[in-house]
Design a protein around this ligand. Structure first.
Ligand code: 0A1
Ligand code: ZN
Length: 881
């Protein structure tokens, strides 16, 4: 394992390479323990000024077997090879030469899951960001684009399937039970997009005919016997291919497109050219084993990886500082795809919930960084919610500012101008400036400045003059390394909601530019004066979450309640109701901390009843509206001196108050929503199930109320209903006999299916209460758990740290101690997963003093461990700084 060199990479240090690699030929002689890799590179000097410059190739833990230059072995003095670098001093004077490098790697010993490794007997690779250098020495940087030809050779019985990027060109049998295949990828690509797969897998095939009538052979390869579970992924793939043609005019560019599902994978999936490799969790689904949320994730991730073919592969990143160029844009594209396939309003709410749950805490804590970071120690730690989710919000804001038409023109220009390039954020912004004639220099700060801006709004209305004045002020809190912030360009979509619930129309406005319902906040303060507003409006602000900001508005609860009932913008209705709920929980938690009784009032329970039964609203929307803010959401709103026990008690109190006021209505609706049709994963059916399961939670909140959930568990015809019932039982009635019986039944039914058992681990890891830690500790010894498998670790330990506020943040600090032990154990095998897990402690500073001290101790213990990997050291040191 690599240990920390302490090296910091800086954006301003970018230099073009002295050498290029126009052609790469790889030959893999695959063996579980001793795989030989022969890499034949055509190398070109970039220009004459590079004459005499040594060639320095990246490596990571490599074992050099042989080295030839233009077909002749290199003398010992001509080069220097360490596991992490190959330096060649004596180079020919010709501008082009051929280098042949032979390395040997052990795929079975690779538990970091970067480079070439084996997962359940299948050879597979992961090269983003810097995994290729664990296979062979190379200029392993995204601006080195090369055409690849790959020859794979392996045992035919155990690896009948041999895949790589591009198109298949040759295959055949060899002596000794071996066989080979040759793949050719005509599109120049960076090394991080290289992939191979070799193994014995089942396959689902199909075909897609592109808009210019080219036939593409599609294959999804999964564990044998699981082929039927790949049908939904195939359907999602074809819909993605079609959508990219229709919405962006982008066509697929090879004869084949393969997806392979593997069960050991550090992330969700990887967009290798023509050969996407997936965490099997995001491919395999059927009604008995996957929830509606799984289906939606599969659809989104299949689309995301496919969309990378243009935004990421055809146009890649110049360097890793530009990661958001491909990731933010591709997330935006997959969001738009899902919105088109499902319900736009529901999708937008789900996106904002994810952003607030993952990106806001990152931006508001010690790990805050700009969407385009300026420095990093370990690039693996920058595959973050900020780069992905906030990166997508920034692209969305560009579209909001430009309008849909100019945005599309900008995208067209981007593809036309930069196809085949390793590009930058500046290149991206320039195309939009050119097509729109707008100056986006202030807007560009969204890429460069970290932190969540706040916009405060004060309104005063004069009924006599019909004048409405909004005093708007922006501010951005300091973040690590950025104490002074510059003023942002914030597109704030808004409406002035009149007494009849309709948007009011003003006569004139001064003090800010307003276009198509969007007010452009660009200065520190705007004094905005509207005329012709005869009655006091309610302010519906940041509609559709037009900007990823926090809002401070002096507003009466009754105005919020009015908006929650009447705002014509569905997103804002949801936002208003969520705000009321959050305030109520915060207020109640204060009371409970002071030993007083919590009061919840009548407004929220009444509103929940109204929304639940409003059949003009989609069921999925009603379910989202009824979902209370999570304990973590409330903690973030409170911001400091957090006591998770008080938040949980306050939140449960509100659940019970809502249930008490609506028991009969909810029960009738629950019965009415029972599925009579056979299962389909479409959005409307999934919406019905989500509303019904939300109601089940309320209906099961009282003491001893296990009957309905136990019955639903027993009768469930699909995993959505079954796991929802199990979760309600475990969360609401952890010690009940019904709960124990359901948990045992689930284990009996699905004990052999690791992906389904992840749900069983997850549900138990989230259960609050004094016994939570012991439950999780015991589950680490369950035969289905494995510390070496990222999905198992995330399900049990990741869920415990992120979704079990009271168990993880136990007042005595035992939760943190256990967590630190596990992080260090995971790190022994897989530093990348350990580092990501460790971010579970990033908000430690906002805890109440005792918990804060204990969390710090746990972080310090990790930090003082010897030989820490660069990945984990980087996270803990930044978290503690
Ligand atoms: N580019 C991928 C994400 C990814 C990044 C690193 C990985 O290393 C284990 C794997 C995948 C995506 O955005 O889907
Ligand atoms: Zn991506």
């Amino acid at each position: 394992m690599r240990t920390d060199t302490g090296q910091v990479f800086r954006l301003e240090d970018y230099r073009r390479s002295d050498y290029r690699i126009p052609e790469t030929r790889l030959a893999f002689d695959l063996d579980p323990e001793q795989t030989t890799v022969v890499s034949e590179l055509v190398i070109e000097r970039a220009d004459d000024s590079a004459a005499g410059a040594p060639l320095v190739l990246d490596g990571d833990g490599l074992d050099l077997v042989a080295l030839e230059l233009n077909g002749e072995a290199l003398g010992e003095n001509a080069f220097e090879a360490t596991p992490d670098r190959l330096t060649i001093h004596a180079l020919p004077t010709d501008s082009t030469f051929r280098l042949t490098i032979t390395t040997r790697v052990n795929p079975s010993a690779n538990q970091a899951l970067m480079g070439l490794y084996r997962s359940s007997g299948v050879y597979t690779t992961q090269c983003e960001a810097e995994g290729f250098r664990r296979i062979t020495y190379y200029l392993d940087r995204p601006d080195i684009l090369s055409v690849y030809r790959v020859r794979l050779e392996a045992d035919k019985a155990t690896a009948p399937l041999l895949l790589s990027n591009g198109n298949p060109v040759e295959a055949g049998d060899l002596p000794g039970g071996r066989h080979f295949a040759v793949w050719d990828d005509p599109h120049p690509k960076p090394s991080y997009l290289f992939a191979l797969v070799a193994g014995d897998l089942g396959v689902v095939t199909d075909e897609f005919v592109t808009m210019s009538s080219r036939r593409v052979a599609l294959g999804i390869h999964v564990e044998k016997g699981k082929e039927p579970r790949a049908a939904y992924a195939m359907d999602a793939l074809k819909r993605s291919m079609k959508w990219d043609e229709e919405v962006f005019g982008l066509e697929y560019d090879l004869d084949v497109f393969n997806i392979v599902a593997v069960s050991d994978f550090n992330m969700g999936a990887m967009e290798n050219k023509g050969l996407n490799i997936f965490n099997d969790k995001y491919v395999l689904a059927d009604e008995e084993t996957a929830t509606d949320a799984d289906f939606a994730n599969i659809e989104a991730i299949i689309a995301h990886e496919y969309f990378h073919n243009w935004t990421g592969n055809r146009i890649t990143c110049r360097d890793w500082f530009q990661l958001c160029l491909k990731e933010g844009l591709t997330v935006f594209r997959d969001h738009e795809f899902s919105a088109d396939q499902r319900s736009r309003a529901v999708k937008r709410i789900a996106e904002v919930r994810t952003l607030k749950a993952h990106q806001f805490p990152e931006d508001q804590g010690p790990l805050a960084h700009p969407v385009r970071p300026r420095r990093y120690r370990e690039i693996n730690n920058f595959y973050t919610a900020t780069v992905y989710e906030k990166g997508s919000e920034v692209v969305r804001m560009i579209r909001t500012i430009l309008g849909a038409e100019a945005f599309r023109a900008g995208m067209d220009l981007y593809f036309e101008r930069h196809d085949g390039d390793a590009a930058t954020i500046e290149d991206f912004l320039t195309v939009f400036e050119e097509v729109s004639g707008r100056d986006l220099s202030q807007f560009a700060l969204w890429y460069h400045q970290a932190g969540t801006p706040n916009v405060s709004v004060k309104a005063s209305h004069n009924a006599a003059t019909g004048e409405l004045v909004l005093d708007i002020e922006q501010s951005s809190p300091p973040t690590p390394g950025e104490s002074r912030k510059r003023l942002m360009h914030i597109p704030l979509a808004f409406g002035l909601v009149g007494p009849d619930g309709r948007d009011m129309v003003w006569e004139s406005v001064e003090g800010a530019t307003i276009e198509h319902g969007v007010l452009h906040v660009r200065k520190r303060k705007h004094h905005v004066r509207f005329t012709g507003i005869s009655e006091r409006p309610r302010l519906s602000l940041n509609r559709g979450f037009s900007a990823p900001i926090t809002l401070s508005v002096e507003e009466k609860p009754e105005d919020r309640a009015f908006l929650a009932r009447h705002d014509g913008d569905l997103f804002s209705r949801w936002q208003a109701l969520g705000g009321l709920m959050s305030d109520a929980i915060i207020e109640a938690s204060k009371h409970l901390r002071d030993g007083r009784k919590a009061e919840y009032g009548r407004e929220i329970p009444e509103l929940c009843g109204v929304i639940a039964t409003d059949d003009r609203l989609e069921e999925a929307y009603r379910a989202l509206a009824l979902a209370l803010p999570s304990e973590a959401d409330v903690a973030r709103e409170i911001g400091a001196n957090i006591d998770p026990d008080a938040i949980l008690a306050a939140r449960n109190g509100l659940v019970e108050a809502i249930a008490a006021a609506n028991g009969d209505t909810f029960a009738a609706l629950y019965d009415q929503l029972a599925d009579s049709e056979p299962f389909t994963p479409d959005a409307a059916s999934a919406g019905r199930r989500s509303l019904r399961n939300m109601l089940l939670d309320y209906l099961s909140s009282g003491p001893g109320a296990t009957g309905r959930a136990a019955a639903q568990y027993r009768d469930a015809g699909n995993m959505t209903d079954r796991s929802a019932a199990l979760s309600v039982l475990v969360m609401r009635h952890p010690d009940a006999a019904d709960t124990k019986a359901a948990l045992a039944d689930f284990e009996t039914r699905f004990g052999d299916d690791a992906l389904v058992m992840d749900k069983w681990f997850q549900i138990q890891a989230a259960a609050p209460g004094a016994g939570a830690l012991e439950t999780v500790r015991t589950l680490t010894t369950h035969p289905g758990f494995s510390i070496a498998n990222p999905n198992r670790v995330r399900s049990l330990i990741g869920t415990f740290s992120s979704a079990n506020q009271t168990g993880f943040h136990r007042a005595d600090g035992e939760g943190y101690r256990f967590f630190a032990d596990i992080v260090l154990q995971v790190e022994q095998r897989n530093p990348q997963v350990a580092a990501r897990l460790a971010t579970g402690l990033r908000s430690w500073r906002s805890l109440e003093p005792k918990r804060k001290a204990r969390a710090r101790e746990a972080l310090l213990r990790i930090a003082s461990t010897e030989n820490l990997s660069p990945d984990l050291r980087d996270i803990v040191e930044r978290t503690l700084a």
